[in-house]
Design a protein around this ligand. Structure first.
Ligand code: GLC
Length: 756
């Protein structure tokens, strides 16, 4: 059956009406207004709406190559001539009002500008980096922090954030793993949808609703060898099974924009991939918003070897389905001529413009171009005490207790002397992590400040760098060893600087920098009790004294309240409850490593390792696995029950288990449900996370967690890219990480044909 293009277009527009305002479609008069506007627009004005440029009215230097930056005077002319539709990465109401004044009052059609920015984990109040927050396994927390970020971003004159990053990161050498929710598609989908609900709120027209832009479509997290901007060579099955589903959850949560990825997939750059951006995104996934290119990514089609020149790149991008060109200026430069020459149909341009104007209408910009541009609000909603309190709570719930040999928590009342050693002890330049360029480094709480505020006597704490981040300090180790020997216990604050994480920070080795490793080995060799406070934006391969320390905390980049949160955890004011969203391997060389890996024909199943799927020197397992995280109390799981071990084709089974706090302290546990399809027409992972539930229990308290499983949870991508479930036996685990748990089996039965 062929679908008439017009029907597809009308369907798309109809779909956009339904989805653009989750509460109600665009009113008919707004649709008519947009259509009437388009009818009046010149091709240049249309190309202008499809052009997004760095905001010189309120300049900030985001971590992008500084190309194509136009000064305010030049940009003002472009805005007045209707040659710009969106400005990005500037903040501040005054600058935005100046720009909006020109767009609305000086341009021929007065179409308001859209203001966008990279609010990835906070504007002025910085929350834990997304990977850290993912360790909470708590969608409600992610929604609440996104809401707070939206309040600050809209107060500073933004309408849209280029977040959440939805890429499933399969290789920890890739620097951008820090920006997402880790290695698992299910967790990424759940948390990304929560972040979108938080950003956008319940009504897009509210002045504190921030449009989301789930990115990067698609499979950026699968770059070969973790090499930034590298190529992605994956099967259709892997694309559809691992990398697309979280975007499906994001669009279902109401996202109205997305961003095409820098990378190619199987030889076709995403920015020019019409099968990806039109057939899959709009056809199969029914996405109804508009697509940004990434920063100059359309122009980069030439470097990819996919476009002849910049004009060809513009043609390929618009025909593929990129609606808004970011920073290159290719659309305003080439679209008028491309349309006049017939290389690009005007209808294609009109569809892109309509998508963009529908989103502007959906957030009420035509009714109120001064939406989110109040200088009063700007003074009152940013860096508030409530936001900082939420940042502290989010940070304590992001810290993963990896190891604890009876060292933590520390009881301050014992007045032990504490040596805080390492380059991050009293460092405020690396608290926030990447993509927090709007925040003031001077306003972050570093570890030393947090500890001093929590200790009965700040003099109990000594602070000794011991080494720099990437180099030794003359006499640093001697001073650190002396400080350790003079103390009762040591806190070793080591790891990555924020410059070692994020975009364009792929690393061949994911280990503690050598100078810091030498420091750690020397300090641990003193025999004093040592707790490691890791700072990092990815999983790390830990060795030597770091791995041997009595306690290890994954503290990531925790944001504005880092020091207070770390002190809360160390002194037991908060109970560590987070779980790893990424696997910590034994060796860097295991990457790409992820828990939901395949069995192979020779899996290691016991201590016989000859001729097995492992490295000669290292088991292909994790030192600390996905889903792992300890607490200060002791949780036990038992009483695993299935309502039935036979799952009928259209039925569901209930899975229950009891979780008990057997310890003496209140605590939280994230109970995880995994399955394994034992035999299928495509080999299946040895474990797949399907459900999770966070429970908080008092000492001695028990609770029954309940999960429901049905055939849809068992589907995978089989032949001809069809999502299918296949009858047969399944393993099921309910546990506290991806490597253990209470085990059961069930069988999915084929559909029973109706009799007769
Ligand atoms: C960057 C990133 C993208 C970001 C954009 C704007 O290169 O890839 O995630 O939103 O440019 O800063």
């Amino acid at each position: 059956m062929t679908i008439d293009r017009r029907d597809l277009l009308l369907g798309a527009l109809a779909g956009s009406l339904a989805l653009i305002r989750p509460r109600r479609a665009l009113a008919a008069d707004e649709v008519a207004r947009v259509d009437a506007l388009i009818a009046r627009m010149t091709i240049e004005e249309k190309a202008g709406q499809m052009t997004c440029l760095a905001d010189s009215f309120r300049p900030f230097n985001p971590p992008n190559p500084q190309v194509g930056i136009q000064d305010e005077k030049r940009l003002s002319d472009e805005v007045r001539r209707g040659r710009v539709g969106c400005l990005f990465n500037g903040i501040g109401v005054a600058g935005a009002r100046r720009a909006q004044e020109m767009a609305v009052k000086d341009s021929r059609l007065g179409i308001p500008l859209l203001f966008a920015g990279d609010i990835i984990h906070g504007l002025k109040t910085v929350f834990p980096v997304p990977l850290a927050e993912a360790a909470s396994f708590d969608p409600d927390l992610c929604q609440r922090t996104a809401r707070a970020m939206a309040v600050e971003a809209t107060a500073a004159g933004l309408h849209l954030t280029f977040a959440p990053m939805v890429d499933v990161a399969r290789d920890q050498r890739w620097g951008r793993v820090v920006e997402g929710a880790g290695e698992d598609a299910t967790l990424t989908g759940i948390l990304s949808a929560a972040r979108i609900r938080g950003f956008q709120g319940r009504d897009l027209r509210r002045d504190d609703s921030l449009l989301a832009c789930p990115k990067h479509f698609a499979a950026y997290g699968a770059v070969a060898a973790g090499l930034e901007y590298g190529n992605v060579d994956i099967s259709e099955e892997t694309l559809r099974e691992t990398h697309l589903p979280p975007f499906g959850k994001a669009f279902a949560a109401g996202a109205l924009t997305t961003m095409a990825a820098f990378n190619e997939i199987n030889g076709v750059p995403a920015t020019a991939d019409s099968e990806l951006l039109t057939d899959i995104l709009r056809g199969e996934m029914q996405f109804r918003g508009f697509v940004f290119s990434d920063y100059t990514a359309d122009e980069e089609l030439v470097a990819h070897g996919f476009a002849e020149d910049a004009r060809d790149a513009a043609r390929l991008a618009i025909l593929a389905g990129v609606d808004m060109s970011m920073q290159s200026g290719l659309y305003i430069r080439y679209l008028p001529e491309l349309v006049k020459s017939g290389a690009v149909p005007m209808g294609t341009v009109d569809v892109a413009v309509r998508r963009i104007l529908y989103v502007k209408a959906a957030i009420g910009l035509f009714d109120n171009p001064w939406r989110s541009l109040s200088e009063e609000v700007e003074k009152t909603r940013i860096f508030t005490a409530s936001h900082r309190a939420l940042a502290r709570d989010a940070a304590t719930r992001s810290v993963v207790l990896l190891k604890n040999d009876d060292l933590l928590p520390i009881d301050p009342a014992r007045r032990q002397k504490i040596a805080l050693i390492g380059p991050f002890g009293e460092d405020r330049d690396n608290l926030y992590g990447p993509w927090a360029f709007y925040a003031d480094p001077g306003k972050g709480v570093d570890i030393a400040a947090g500890l001093r505020a929590a200790l009965p006597d700040p003099a109990l704490l000594t602070v000794t760098p011991g080494s720099a981040i990437a180099a030794p300090i003359d006499g640093g180790i001697a001073a650190a060893v002396a400080a350790a020997q003079a103390a009762d216990l040591v806190l070793l604050a080591i790891g990555e600087s924020q410059a070692m994480s994020g975009e364009a920070q792929s690393r061949t080795v994911i280990e503690i920098p050598p100078a810091q490793q030498t420091l750690a080995d020397a300090v641990v060799a003193t025999g004093k009790p040592v707790a490691i406070l890791l700072r990092h934006g990815r999983a790390l391969a830990l060795h030597g004294g770091v791995a041997d320390a009595q306690a290890i905390l994954a503290t990531w980049f925790l944001g504005s309240e880092a020091g207070h949160a770390i002190a809360d955890i160390l002194f037991g004011k908060a109970d560590p409850s987070a779980k790893l969203p990424v696997s910590f391997p034994w060796e860097s060389g295991q990457e790409p490593f992820f828990y939901d890996r395949k069995s192979t024909g020779r899996p290691v199943v016991d201590d016989r390792t000859e001729y097995k799927a492992r490295y000669a020197t290292t088991d292909n397992s994790a030192r600390f696995p996905f889903g792992h995280g300890l607490s200060y109390t002791d949780f036990a799981l038992d009483q695993l029950k299935l309502s039935d071990t036979a799952l009928r084709w259209d039925a569901a089974i209930e899975v229950t288990a009891r979780v008990t706090n057997r310890g003496k302290r209140k605590g939280s546990e994230v109970v995880q449900l995994y399955i394994r399809d034992r035999v299928a027409s495509r080999t299946r992972p040895i474990r797949e996370l399907k459900r999770m539930e966070r429970v908080t229990l008092a000492p001695g308290e028990s609770r029954t967690v309940r999960f429901s499983l049905s055939r849809g949870d068992l589907e995978f991508v089989g032949a001809r890219n069809q999502r299918i479930a296949e009858p047969g036996a399944f393993d099921l685990w309910v546990g506290q990480s991806s490597v253990e748990g209470l085990h059961a089996q069930f069988t999915l039965y084929a559909q029973v044909k109706a009799a007769g």
